[in-house]
Ligand binder design. Structure first.
Ligand SMILES: CC(=O)N[C@H]1[C@@H](OP(=O)(O)OP(=O)(O)OC[C@H]2O[C@@H](n3ccc(=O)[nH]c3=O)[C@H](O)[C@@H]2O)O[C@H](CO)[C@@H](O)[C@@H]1O
Ligand SMILES: C=C(OP(=O)(O)O)C(=O)O
Length: 431
């Protein structure tokens, strides 16, 4: 069994170049299929989700190739079928974007149910509602669902809750629909804007992305084009939080600082000095961490994807912190693992109560999602002894080379194979 081993790493220092955003890449790869010509996407990270999409696409004639330059070329002209392998398309979250992107052109798409990180409940009712309002019909089978549309027609769609996934999916579906679509209560995330900018480069007619009202006027044809994906604000945030956890100084480059507003302000409140340059941010630890109150929210609120690394940081702060998880109230699987390492955290009704200044101790812990895995790596850096984190494949859904990136900051971290069923006794001193 693969595990990430982290040994006590007293301070971290260095510079990390931030890769392209996973969440934006997943939208852009599907959006490229709306085009009638070849697309070049720059900066797409070589993460597990990308590799699955490439395989899944190849099976239906979608050509996705990583060129020597590292750029991705996508040729959607030879798609011969639109029934995606249910198992592959269920192994990540956003296969539903391929429904939105291919429905107008092919009239029928079938995919597996959405996978990705599991926070107990991740409904897709707003995707279904939006696509139905645009003219689609859904039929559900055991392992997959089929979406059909004779003709897509623009509509005014009000989202009952703010969702980045359904906003992007509705936008993709509306780009080649007849007439005007208006999305009300739309998500304002940078990934929504990135997708709209990309589609407009190809000839789409989208305005208002980045506000809560997006207007899309359908077009019949999209040309080819080149686009660079935005940097991954969530990876950047987790390294900056890491500087606070271990102490030291971390600079992230290739970032758009405006995308990290809520995270940077919270880090300053907690006691970390933040220096912002045009495309770089540095977090300097001051050695003093204050407790805080955090409430996750949709952009520009505090990202749910940074809640887990922030939980680890607050285990080291002076005083009691309160973290209210408003997007996914059950997204606390990391808490049980942090408690195993000695953290004093209680969770009640979507709120974590964190008592700070915990002396963490190395343990064998497991992750079932990307950000929980990162929170455990951060905990391993300040824990006495050695920590082994299993569930590495979950982390690799979002990080191209997580071990190398942390090593470059001076973290004692390696990827190792440990025996199945490894327990505390096997590792002697490790708790
Ligand atoms: C691939 C990707 O981009 N993943 C991100 C995306 O996930 P994803 O796009 O799945 O998340 P959404 O923005 O859709 O979810 C936001 C909120 O809306 C709710 N909701 C969503 C859809 C729906 O049909 N009905 C509904 O009720 C969700 O339960 C959640 O409470 O945004 C999440 C919230 O920022 C992040 O944690 C994920 O990293
Ligand atoms: C929840 C996440 O990803 P996904 O939506 O792809 O499961 C994440 O990136 O933290």
């Amino acid at each position: 069994m693969q595990a990430i081993r982290v040994d006590y790493s007293p301070t971290i220092n260095g510079v990390v170049q931030i890769p392209g955003s996973k969440n934006s890449s997943l939208a852009l790869l599907a959006a490229a299929c709306l085009s009638d010509e070849t697309i070049i996407l720059e900066g797409i990270p070589n993460i597990a989700d990308f590799r699955v999409i490439r395989e899944m696409g190849e099976e239906v004639g979608l050509k996705i190739k990583r060129e020597i330059t590292g750029d991705i070329s996508i040729d959607p002209r030879f798609i011969s079928a639109t029934d995606f392998n249910p198992k592959k398309s269920s192994s990540f979250r956003t296969a539903y974007y391929f429904v939105g992107a291919l429905l107008a052109k092919y009239g029928k798409v079938s995919v597996g149910y959405p996978g990705g990180d599991d926070f107990v409940s991740r409904p897709i009712d707003q995707h279904i509602k939006a696509l139905e309002m645009l003219g689609a019909t859904f039929t559900y089978y055991q392992d997959y669902y089929v979406v059909e549309a004779k003709e897509l027609r623009g509509a005014t769609i009000y989202f009952d809750t703010i969702t980045s996934g359904a906003t992007i999916n509705a936008m993709l579906t509306a780009v080649r629909a007849k007439g005007e679509t208006v999305l009300l209560n739309a998500a304002r995330d940078p990934e929504v804007i990135d997708t709209a900018i990309f589609l407009n480069k190809l000839g789409a007619n989208i305005s208002g992305a980045g506000t809560d009202t997006i207007r899309i006027t359908g077009v019949n044809h999209l040309k080819g084009g080149i686009h660079r994906v935005i940097p991954d604000r969530l990876i950047a945030g987790s390294f900056l939080i890491g500087a606070g956890v271990a102490g030291g100084s971390v600079t992230v480059t290739n970032v758009i600082p405006e995308h990290l507003g809520s995270c940077l302000t919270k880090l300053q409140e907690i006691g970390i000095e933040i220096e912002v340059k045009e495309n770089a941010i540095t977090a300097h630890s001051t050695g003093k961490l204050r407790a805080s109150r955090i409430r996750t929210g949709m952009y520009p609120g505090f990202p749910t994807d940074l809640q887990q690394p922030m939980t680890t940081l607050l285990t080291q702060a002076t005083g009691k912190s309160i973290i209210a998880e408003k997007i996914y109230p059950n997204r606390f699987k990391h808490v049980g693992q942090l408690r195993k390492m000695g953290a004093d955290i209680r969770v009640r009704s979507g709120v974590a109560f964190v008592k700070g200044k915990s002396n963490l101790k190395g343990a064998i812990v497991t992750t079932s999602d990307i950000r929980a895995g990162i929170s455990l790596i951060l905990a391993g850096m300040v824990a006495e002894g050695t920590t082994f984190i299993t569930g590495v494949d979950h982390i690799e859904r979002g990080y191209e080379d997580v071990v190398e990136a942390f090593q470059s900051l001076g973290v004692y971290i390696t990827k190792e194979t440990i025996p199945y069923g490894a327990n505390h006794q096997f590792f002697g001193e490790v708790q």
